[in-house]
Design a protein around this ligand. Structure first.
Ligand SMILES: Cc1ncc(COP(=O)(O)O)c(C=O)c1O
Length: 451
């Protein structure tokens, strides 16, 4: 019989101890954090699934490359290696390094968007929406209807509703829409992929109307692997070839290298437009740094140059997608409501279905995430009413899996904790907001905590 077990395609060279706490300690810790898991000291978390952003393990090749970092202020060799590696996959003429994804977003929107203009996206990520709104733009989410129904299975729930995009362009006029974005995979919509066919259709509409198309490319490699698995005609192509084909459909991208850049920090902004690139570099110098380092050290550029290539490795992606699905399938088989099918980087619990007795203004997702911490020291994040206010279409609890970091037994432990919380779900109580900042409120919001 052929061996079917998919293993971690690496062995561990360096370990980082994690620390147990008791339930009584966690109750106090959560009270001290005002019921907001972002405000917990990371040391008091056993398994940290808050985010897959910058939390992954780097490879020996990345650490080796880091030693070659050229820290010259201008014209460093590390920038050339970074640019060449990115251009090899993304293909865009200008590659502008930034300290992370949101810096790329801020610069892009400052240069391209005027007050009152609309940017359609499948689903804006929170920082994307916030940066757009900060310059007076209007964020419009146009994900397909299937993408808003958590339990529904569909291979490409991240797809954009192309007919809705056409309607918006016709109703508002081309001048009101400075760019269209596609987020691959669609993080806020459950880490769900966008098909090549959909990207082609969106690109065709954009080109017909002369509107630039930009990818939010954070998880481009996972998206490419889903296309390989699920879209007819792509089974024999490499993830890299698929990514290259997708990026050819656009005019540029924003990227957080903390995801499929396999690095702990970094990002970039790409464009094919010479005039925009100049304006973007001028803004970059103002806040991020010179265009050959953009807020990063030379060694960070080296780690990203190697990381983006490792992210498209087929053995890595097979393990990555299988291990995320392992968590999702084991809990959903026991009745736990999750966004189906399992996404690339995370499993999303459907909090509205998990704790239906908690009204939306008492933040069912936050209440559920807090309970996972109390039960087993697991940190997750709400993506719902706290994060997006009334614009939230779902209340989800995201369990994001850091890349190459946790083993299968860690995940078995997470499964056990979730099933225990599921058994006790009727006892979970809603929360009252005590403080909220003016934007991105989920990071620093505080809740009323008993005792
Ligand atoms: C889809 C998406 N876009 C943009 C960002 C922002 O990237 P960063 O955290 O590096 O600023 C993220 C981060 O999680 C994301 O998931």
């Amino acid at each position: 019989m052929p061996i079917r077990t998919i293993i971690e395609p690496f062995r561990i060279k360096s370990v980082e101890p994690i620390r147990w706490t008791t339930r009584t300690q966690r109750e106090k810790l959560l009270r001290d954090a005002h019921g907001n898991l972002f405000l917990l000291p990371a040391d008091d978390v056993l398994i940290d699934l808050l985010t897959d952003s910058g939390t992954g393990a780097m490879s020996t090749y990345q650490w080796g490359a880091i030693m070659e970092g050229d820290e010259s202020y201008a014209g460093s060799k590390s920038y050339n290696r970074f640019r060449d590696s990115i251009q090899d996959i993304f293909g865009y003429r200008h590659v502008i390094p930034t300290h992370q994804g949101r810096a790329a977003e801020r610069i892009l929107f400052n240069v391209m968007v005027k007050r009152g203009q609309i940017v359609p996206n499948n689903t804006h990520f929170d920082t994307t929406r916030a940066n757009l709104e900060f310059v007076g733009g209007v964020a419009m989410d146009l994900v397909i209807a299937e993408g808003k129904q958590p339990s529904l299975k569909h291979p490409f729930k991240g797809n954009m509703d192309v007919a809705a995009l056409e309607t918006v362009i016709e109703r508002e006029g081309r001048d009101k829409i400075p760019l269209v974005m596609l987020t691959v995979t669609n993080n806020s919509g459950g880490g769900q992929p966008v098909s090549m066919q959909n990207a082609k259709a969106v690109s065709a509409v954009c080109r017909k109307h002369g509107i630039p198309l930009y990818f939010d490319a954070c998880r481009f490699a996972e998206n490419a692997y889903f296309i390989k698995l699920r879209e007819p005609g792509y089974e024999n192509k490499t993830p890299k070839e698929i990514a290259q084909e997708m990026f050819r459909l656009g005019d540029g991208c924003t990227m957080s290298a903390k995801k499929d850049g396999m690095a702990n920090i970094g990002g970039f902004l790409c464009t094919n437009d010479d005039i925009l690139a100049q304006q973007e570099k001028d803004l970059l110098i103002l806040t991020e740094g010179y265009p050959t380092y953009g807020g990063l050290a030379g060694r960070d550029l080296e780690a990203i140059a190697v990381g983006v290539q490792e992210a498209v490795d087929v053995d890595y992606l097979r393990y990555r997608i299988a291990s995320t699905a392992y968590l999702g399938n084991h809990i959903s088989e026991q009745g736990v409501p999750i966004v189906q099918p399992p996404g690339g980087h995370a499993i999303y619990l459907d909090a509205r279905a998990f704790v239906p007795h908690i009204p939306l203004d008492q933040f069912p997702g936050v209440a559920l995430a807090n309970e996972l911490y109390l039960e087993g020291g697991i940190r997750s994040v709400e993506i719902g009413t706290l994060m997006f206010g009334k614009a939230a279409k779902m209340d989800l609890v995201r369990l994001a899996i850091p890349r190459r970091t946790y083993t299968q037994s860690h995940i078995d432990y997470v499964i056990e904790v979730i099933l225990e919380v599921w058994r006790k779900r009727n006892q979970i109580k809603g929360l009252t907001l005590a403080y909220e900042p003016p934007f991105l409120r989920h990071f620093t919001a505080r809740f009323e905590m008993p005792g």
